[in-house]
Write a protein that binds this ligand. Structure first.
Ligand code: ZN
Length: 444
């Protein structure tokens, strides 16, 4: 056999071998593998359909959850938008969790929105923010005032009405006045006197019935208020009555030790500045006041007597903390017309004294202007009262008065931030003229 023939034979052999191989391979794969392949496919199909269902359910659940969460949120956003809140305010509302309160009550004002945005809003007084507009603003002193008005008997809607229409300077006298069942009359009167401010306050009508709702004063502290409401007992005599020296008082004038020392210091302080004044009248007993008042009554009649003199028990002179002064060598002039008055009235607070019945405040104090009548209250309180621009009656009712109902008290935080000792200290840090010129800490 030639080499060529051998090659051909080999090729033929190969050709003959290959179909078998292929067939075998096909058979073996179809015979053994076909059954398990179908199972796998079935298994695969089954698994896939199961997964698809689970995924479908999960996705549906997620979508439902998203809808459950977003739909009410979208509705809420829309409602807040309709009320007037913008995107930034709505974000802050959610952060402060105020949405329910605001929506339930339909509360909105530009001022409320701006306080929410700056997160300075006090959530306990949201309704109060809705009635504030223009150049007014709210702070802790206003929240203290709300508590005081509640304590006085005012209902929430009356307080909102008062805040909507009045300035703070018009609110403080209400604490001294009788409770006004129809507050609109008072509001109208205030609107007819827009010129009223901290230096002058007059109204067309009277809102106070002197000696009507009287209550005992608390003589245990120098901060006591004695006026046409608060009285001292007939038997009350101040502790440690002390004679004033001839520098500070006329012979026989007496004050409580603390006030006597303060009077001496004030008189000496004046002398160092070249002005001289002294006490002409100081402590007066209940009986002494009774005689004095009866004389007024006899000579001037009830109305005038009550404008100029206190009924017994209601006189500040019984406290042992009060003086009537006059300028040395100028006894015939009213003290207010003397140069001594200029120094004494602008420096009295540094010695613990306040001018008790200021000019143009008769509508609040119930007394005509008395340039000569000063009351000792201690340095801190004197400075605080002076800085506030209020009469002592208003100041006491706002900052010092014991609460009739503890439930009307504002939070401890508000009480702490409006503590009058703080006001006194702040006034001490600021020069006197600056303190008097600056507005009251609350809404004006
Ligand atoms: Zn007096």
């Amino acid at each position: 056999m030639t080499t060529e023939n051998r090659k051909k034979k080999k090729k033929k052999k190969l050709r003959l071998k290959q179909p078998w191989k292929k067939l075998f391979a096909k058979l073996s794969s179809s015979a053994g593998g076909s059954r398990s392949g179908t199972r796998r496919r079935k298994k695969k199909k089954f698994k896939l359909s199961k997964i698809r269902k689970e995924v479908w359910f999960a996705l549906a659940g997620i979508v439902a959850l998203i809808l459950l969460f977003t739909i009410p949120r979208m509705i809420e956003t829309n409602k807040l938008k309709k009320l007037g809140y913008d995107k930034e305010a709505i974000a802050a509302i959610r952060e402060l969790k105020l949405q329910k309160k605001l929506l339930d009550n339909q509360w909105y004002s530009d001022y409320l929105a701006s306080c929410i945005k700056s997160k300075t809003v006090n959530p306990d007084y949201l309704d109060l923010y809705t009635v504030i507009s223009g150049d007014k603003y709210l702070d802790d002193t206003d929240f203290l005032m709300v508590g005081r008005l509640r304590d006085k008997g005012y209902e929430e809607d009356q307080i909102l009405n008062l805040y909507k229409n009045l300035r703070f300077v018009e609110l403080t006298p209400l604490l001294v006045y009788d409770y006004q069942l129809i507050e609109d009359t008072y509001i109208e009167d205030c609107k007819e006197h827009p010129e009223n401010n901290r230096s002058a306050f007059t109204l067309g009508r009277s809102y106070f019935t002197p000696y009507k709702n009287t209550a005992p004063a608390d003589p245990s502290t120098v901060e006591m208020l004695v006026n046409k409401t608060y009285y001292l007992d007939k038997s009350y005599v101040p502790p440690e009555l002390t004679d004033l020296s001839n520098k500070a008082g006329a012979p026989g004038t007496q004050l409580s030790k603390e006030a006597a020392d303060a009077m001496e210091a004030w008189a000496v302080g004046g002398m160092e500045k070249g002005v001289a004044f002294y006490t002409t009248s100081s402590y007066r007993s209940y009986e002494g006041q009774e005689t004095l008042y009866d004389n007024y009554l006899l000579n001037h009649g009830q109305e005038q007597a009550d404008r100029e003199s206190a009924r017994p028990g209601h006189s500040e002179h019984q406290t042992g903390l009060t003086v009537d002064v006059c300028a040395t060598g100028d006894e015939s002039s009213e003290f207010g017309d003397t140069t001594a008055f200029l120094w004494a009235s602008t420096n009295c607070m540094d010695y613990g004294w306040i001018l008790r019945y200021p000019k143009n405040k008769e509508a609040i104090t119930g007394y005509e202007y008395e340039s000569w009548h000063f009351r000792y209250v201690g340095k801190d309180l004197a400075k605080a009262v002076y800085a506030s621009g209020m009469t002592f009656d208003e100041f006491w009712c706002l900052y010092i008065k014991p609460w009739s109902n503890e439930a009307n008290k504002p939070s401890e935080a508000i009480l702490a931030s409006t503590d009058w000792h703080k006001i006194g200290k702040e006034a001490e840090e600021a020069p006197a003229e600056e303190a008097a010129a600056s507005p009251s800490p609350a809404a004006q």
